[in-house]
Design a protein around this ligand. Structure first.
Ligand code: ATP
Ligand code: MG
Length: 426
């Protein structure tokens, strides 16, 4: 075993038991997203490195030290495994002129890659579901994105998710604020930790995001972006808040919320929980009106968010999204029976039942054990004797009822009787 090859550190196999919960959640997410008019978009996992450098920004954690970048040895191209999917979605929108016919709502789902220190809730391959509302200028769509998240928490039975909100203003306002902030940080340079000293020059807003307790005092006294918003930015921020209030969505304004990607402006938000330790942000997003232009397209307003699927799943109770057992486990014994069993299985599937067909032989007893372990509601048994008579035996596995013989023609109805009588009891 010591010789056996292992998965890459921080990249997890999602084994069937767990993967079934993923599928359940994915189904719930898709129907929720469609309920708001979002349509699926699938972009490649590899992109030109330049896309992320331009979109996310040079002086960010992601671009500075988290990207899986490499040179394609075959043609010398600089490529990166996507660390997030907003840049790719906007690239696709520009490349295919997707906003030609007006604004679009898109969602994506899939693996992202960041070279971080693996820990609880933080992986090197992780998964996000995300939504992007492209071409929408107003605070209405920002607010709608928050309403839709609130509905999801409710649908999934999640409690304790809090909404934190801030505005980063326009690029011009932020440039002025940046100057004010740098002056302030310089005046208190002696109190800054190493990271903040460096960020003060490269990305001073990120100093406000420091988790180091040593920095708490400096951060608490720092000038705030919110005090540097112009009239239009304020109106946008108030517009978002008005809709939240109308809809009864609680939120807290967090002036320190700056987000780790450079492309945001105006509204930024995070949904956070205390239940996941240090990795408490489940969903994060905001407005990015400059991004289209930044990657070479025509200016378009837009807003989006991304959610960490692993974090979402670890918040869900273990029994939510529990695996779906098959309806029928098909036991077969004898040569003739084994051949007939395939037709029996297909005929049951014709009726819409899910069927696990026992393959690989084995004693009747061991097959029945498998049937029980599969979680199926019913075992259908075909032996040579049954095969010759054109019949099958049927045995409910979840209630103390004897097995009965039925004609193959009557089998689907007999299975339905058992399945539906069970449903009535639940
Ligand atoms: P953090 O501050 O936790 O690193 P971030 O600002 O880097 O988060 P975003 O880029 O906004 O995160 O990603 C959105 C969401 O994706 C996060 O809120 C989180 O739920 C999830 N996420 C981000 N990075 C990881 C990771 N390495 N492992 C698992 N989930 C992640
Ligand atoms: Mg991060």
């Amino acid at each position: 075993m010591s010789n056996a090859i292992q998965a890459v550190r921080g990249m997890n196999d999602i084994l069937p038991e767990e993967a079934e919960r993923w599928e359940g959640l994915e189904d719930a997410l898709r129907s929720w997203l469609r309920g708001y008019g979002y349509r699926n978009i699938r972009t490649p996992i590899l992109e030109q490195t330049g896309l992320f450098r331009r979109a996310i920004g040079e002086a960010t954690d992601i671009v500075e030290r988290e990207m899986y970048s490499f040179v394609d040895e075959l043609n010398g191209e600089q490529l990166t495994l996507r660390p997030e999917a907003t840049a790719s979605t906007v690239r696709a929108a520009v490349q295919h002129s997707l906003l030609y016919s007006g604004p679009q709502r898109y969602y994506y789902f899939g693996p992202m890659f960041r070279h971080e220190r693996p820990q609880k809730g933080r992986f090197r391959q992780f998964h996000q579901v995300g939504a992007e509302a492209l071409g929408f200028p107003g605070p209405d769509v920002d607010a709608e994105m928050l309403l839709m998240c609130a509905r999801l928490w409710n649908d999934l039975g999640l409690e304790g998710l809090r909404l934190e909100l801030n505005s980063l203003g326009s690029a011009e306002e932020r440039a002025i604020y940046r100057g004010v902030l740098v002056d302030y940080l310089k005046a208190r340079e002696g109190e800054l930790d190493q990271d903040s000293l460096r960020r003060m020059h490269t990305n001073p807003l990120r100093v406000l995001d420091s988790k180091n307790p040593v920095m708490a005092g400096v951060i608490a006294d720092a000038p705030q972006m919110l005090d540097h918003l112009g009239r239009e930015s304020l109106a946008h921020f108030e517009g978002v808040q008005r809709i939240l209030k109308d809809s009864g969505i609680a939120y807290r304004i967090n002036p320190r919320l700056v987000r780790g990607l450079d492309y945001y402006n105006l509204t930024v938000f995070e949904w956070v929980t205390d239940k996941l330790g240090a990795q408490g942000t489940v969903c994060a997003g905001g407005r990015y009106d400059g991004l289209f232009e930044q990657i070479g397209g025509k200016r378009q307003p837009a807003c989006g968010w991304a959610m960490g699927i692993e974090r979402l799943l670890s918040l869900l109770e273990a029994d939510v999204m529990s695996p779906q057992a098959p309806d029928v486990y098909l036991v077969n014994q004898g040569e003739e029976a084994a051949r007939l069993a395939h037709r029996v299985a297909e005929s049951l599937r014709d009726y819409g039942f899910s069927v696990v067909h026992h393959c690989g032989g084995g004693s009747f007893k061991s097959q029945m054990k498998r049937a029980d372990a599969s979680g199926a509601a019913v075992a259908v048994i075909v032996g040579d004797e049954e095969a010759r008579a054109g019949e099958a035996s049927i045995k409910p596995l979840r209630e103390a009822v004897d097995q009965a013989r039925v004609r193959l023609d009557d089998l689907p109805e007999a299975v339905a009787d058992i399945l539906y009588s069970e449903e009535r009891e639940v």
